[in-house]
Design a protein around this ligand. Structure first.
Ligand code: NDP
Length: 401
């Protein structure tokens, strides 16, 4: 089906796309031809210009409303790419997947499907499309950002190389960057605030345990950053990891938040500004969280002013040759270095680089599982090698049990 197909079509032109598209252009030997499409053509034109100026690679651009499957099919048929990388919003996952399976095109994304009217994300509807991809010998790689994405690869790497069985997994996500604003989010504000203000949840002994938002706090010492308050959140990779990592007893996800962020978020929550249902204002209908996103700084504008580092990693405890062992695999990324290379801060960088790597491995046939496949189902080793050479070097630390 894909014989005469060539090149990559990237959908979405925000912060993550700025990095992913630039990194694809740096790997033009693999991708051959790059087309970037989004709802606002001007955003595609800006990314195109930056890539031309920085590394002298030409990309094509197009306009598309990715909520409309027919429009997507028309564009994919015209561009005829081998793969589509979806770095628009989670709301567009299903329409883009459907357009890919209809046109015989591999699909990659970084976030699982969410309905705009319900603050809830799960893989159910994406996994239900397995046969559409499998029967056409196509790959739909789900979750190739950092978390989900690299975190799943770290776990799989530990399973393949460090431990015979993994019993406990803690995913630790720290952004110690400072952008100087009293309140701003590092990626799409609507998606970010919906995630953080929701109930927490973790998986233990075969069951989900629900917590109130930010109810569980640990103070964790992040290598090269220091001790930071970290809060338990539900995060989408927990749903696939508890299914794919055999023998695991508990999986949790923690993210750091400063006091100022939490105070602002609580206040916005209390006054109804995080609401996702329409309200009437002066005869007009508005969705409070969408209006808030309009007021907040555009995440893609934070790059220049953000200093500090991120450290995201997985602590995994289990058994190797009958002995209990614990390993911490982590990656540290510097906001200003990311900005100098791509014009975007580290949160976009740490998502955009793995999005390119996952796409590259599907594009060149290294990863060739068909159907809807979560990242930890693939061989982790080629991805880990790419991380080292594409700007996200990682470290392994053996910890005391
Ligand atoms: P942005 O809001 O910066 O960018 C989103 C882009 O998608 C914009 O260019 C937007 O266009 C475009 N878009 C939105 N709706 C449509 C549509 N209907 N048709 C076409 N284009 C559309 O988001 P980010 O770059 O911060 O995030 C991108 C994705 O990455 C999100 O899904 C996010 O959840 C995910 N992510 C994943 C992470 C991970 O580690 N796995 C971490 C961070 C983010 P317009 O400007 O016209 O609205």
């Amino acid at each position: 089906m894909e014989n005469n197909k060539k090149g990559i079509l990237i959908i979405g032109a925000g912060g993550v796309s700025t990095v992913a598209t630039m990194k694809c252009a740096m790997n033009i030997d693999t991708f051959e031809k790059i087309t970037l499409a989004s709802r606002t053509l001007m955003k595609c034109a800006n990314i195109k210009r930056q890539i031309k100026e920085k590394i002298n690679v030409d990309i094509k651009i197009a306009m598309v409303d990715a909520d409309k499957t027919k429009e997507l099919i028309k564009l994919i048929e015209k561009v005829n790419p081998k793969v589509v990388l979806n770095v628009a919003l989670p709301y567009q996952d299903l329409t883009i997947m459907d357009a890919c399976s209809a046109t015989g095109t591999h699909y990659i994304d970084t976030a699982n499907y969410e309905h705009p009217d319900e603050a809830k994300f799960e893989y159910k509807e994406q996994w239900a499309r397995n046969d559409d991809f499998e029967s056409n010998n196509l790959t739909a790689l789900l979750g190739s950002g950092f978390d989900p994405g690299v975190t799943g690869v770290f776990v799989k790497y530990a399973e393949q190389n460090l431990l015979d069985t993994i019993e406990y997994i803690d995913i630790m996500d720290c952004n110690a960057g400072d952008h100087g604003y009293p309140f701003a989010t590092n990626f799409n504000p609507e998606i970010n605030l919906r995630e953080v203000s929701a109930n927490g949840r973790y998986w233990e002994e075969g069951k989900w345990i629900e917590t109130k938002p930010l109810e569980i706090r640990v103070d964790h010492n992040y290598p090269e950053i220091g001790v930071k308050a970290s809060y338990l959140l539900y995060h989408e990779e927990l749903e696939s990891l508890c299914k794919n990592i055999k023998g695991v007893k508990r999986i949790r996800f923690f993210m750091t938040f400063g006091d100022a962020y939490i105070q602002h978020m609580n206040c916005l929550q209390n006054v109804g500004m995080l609401g996702i249902k329409e309200v009437e204002h002066n005869g007009q209908k508005i969705v409070p969280i969408e209006f808030l996103a309009t007021l907040l700084p555009d995440p893609s504008s934070l790059g220049e002013r953000t200093v500090g580092k991120t450290n995201i990693g997985c602590i995994m405890e289990g058994i190797k040759d009958g002995v209990r062992k614990k390993f911490y695999i982590y990656q540290i990324c510097d906001h200003q270095e990311s900005y100098k290379e791509t014009g975007a801060q580290a949160v976009s960088y740490t998502t955009g680089v793995p999005a390119m790597i996952g796409t590259k491995l599907v594009y060149n046939g290294t990863w060739d599982l068909n159907g809807t496949v979560n990242i930890e189902e693939f061989d982790a080793n080629p991805f880990m090698d790419e991380l080292m050479s594409q700007g996200l070097p990682w470290k392994v630390l053996e910890m005391e049990v």
